[in-house]
Design a protein around this ligand. Structure first.
Ligand code: NAD
Ligand code: MG
Length: 390
């Protein structure tokens, strides 16, 4: 039986890479639904090629546009957030690639968890915003969670196969997350004030969506990933260390009590973690060139400088606070990054916005998902106010 797959965010970088791997293995995978937000032409092209039963877009207008482009085809076009939640829960669906960017990915990912699907999780914001509730839904729904983020996929591969959420019992001392350091690793700190959006999205090793590219430049991406690792692997903040590795070949490591450090290495190409999760526990070809270490030459490592990357420290502090700080951090960051990309604020106003929102909402508690969503909204409003005054 072919694995029945839904790709949320099919038109994005992760979505496109997923379809690239899927297309290499038509005997293994069947696409049940594809979803997209803006690029309707691109989504139409993907639908023609992969013939999903459903396509989901945000509103009636775009649904009509897509329907027209697909006239006479097999694909039924649905629209709206509720449709996203409906398709992921369909009984015929085995696996859900959760690759929408930002907090918009939370509800459909939760619906997949509750429906007990195999979730290939790229959308790290889900775990940062609502890790406790999402992990609870995974447990209660009997879902299987496979990390797509390259670092977490590397950690997953470097942990014992029977890892059950107890690092100590498995002899793990620390999780070592690698970070490329982004485009500004060596740029003189005093010139960071003048960084442009074009410079920030030009990542040295990875081709990614704009939001995550800016997050990589500020190292907020690594901060989000520290919080993601906390929830995925049940690791305390002091059990997670970030190490800069500019070549992006070692995607992360697990350190054991006996001094062993296990790592996963590959080219910086998301098709490797995607193929790993798609086929897990088997292995399939991903279309990625073989790693030639002699050609790669040296692999180097260094400690991150939190003066250069204040967002990384904000994320560690938010996790340490054990309150709703990660939700606030994520919401304020989404607003700040959007404003920076729109040239409404300078680069250095990104950490300033996060700091401001975190201070304003310090100690806020949430007993339910609705409380968290309210805090997310409040943090966005506070961030937008602050941004308007820059
Ligand atoms: P992207 O911007 O390229 O694509 C985002 C996708 O989400 C698109 O298909 C878009 O149509 C859809 N989308 C955007 N807003 C939406 C909304 N409000 N409702 C529904 N759909 C919406 O982003 P990406 O680089 O593919 O990243 C996707 C996710 O994967 C992010 O959470 C990112 O952090 C994570 N991730 C990406 C990479 C990478 O290499 N690109 C690596 C690790 C993790
Ligand atoms: Mg990553």
């Amino acid at each position: 039986m072919r694995q029945a797959l839904i790709i949320l965010g099919a038109t994005g970088t992760i979505g496109v890479n997923t379809l690239d791997v899927v297309a290499r293995h038509p005997e293994r995978f069947r696409v049940v639904a594809l979803t997209g937000f803006n690029q309707i032409d691109k989504l139409a092209e993907q639908c023609r090629r992969f013939q999903p039963r459903y396509a989901v877009v945000p509103d009636a207008q775009r649904a009509q546009a897509l329907q027209q482009l697909l006239s006479g085809g097999q694909t039924e076009v649905l629209h709206g957030e509720a449709a996203l939640e409906q398709v992921v829960a369909l009984p015929e669906v085995d696996s859900v690639m959760a690759a929408i960017v930002g907090a918009a990915g939370l509800r459909p990912a939760l619906a997949a968890a509750r429906a007990g699907k195999r979730i290939l999780l790229a959308n790290k914001e889900t775990l940062v915003m609502a890790g406790r509730f999402f992990m609870q839904a995974v447990r209660e729904g009997g879902a299987i969670l496979l990390p797509i983020d390259s670092e977490h996929n590397a950690v997953f591969q470097s942990l014992p196969a029977n890892y059950d959420g107890d690092l100590a019992r498995h002899g793990v001392r620390r999780i070592l997350l690698t970070a490329s350091g982004g485009p500004f690793r060596t740029r003189p700190v005093e010139t960071l004030a003048a960084v442009t959006p074009e410079e920030a999205v030009a990542h040295p090793n990875w081709v990614m969506g704009k939001k995550i590219s800016v997050d990589s430049a500020t190292m907020m991406n690594k901060g989000l990933e520290v919080i993601e690792a906390h929830w995925l692997f049940n690791a305390r903040p002091e059990q997670i260390e970030v190490v800069i590795h500019p070549q992006s070949i070692v995607h992360s490591m697990v350190e054991y009590l006996d001094g062993s450090v296990l790592a996963q290495l590959s080219h910086p190409d998301m098709r490797t973690p995607i193929a790993h999760a798609l086929a897990y526990p088997e292995r399939i070809e991903a279309g990625v060139p073989w790693l030639d270490l002699a050609k790669t030459g040296s692999l180097t490592f260094e400690s991150p400088d939190t003066r250069r990357f204040p967002c990384l420290k904000l994320a560690f502090d938010a996790l340490q606070a054990d309150t709703t700080a990660p939700t606030v951090l994520n919401a304020a960051n989404e607003e700040a990054v959007a404003a920076f990309l729109d040239r409404r604020i300078p680069y250095l106003a990104i950490p300033a916005t996060l700091d401001h929102a975190l201070q304003r909402l310090a100690g806020a508690r949430a007993d339910s998902l609705d409380d968290l969503v309210a805090i997310d909204q409040e943090a966005r409003a506070i961030a937008r106010d602050f941004i308007a005054k820059q």
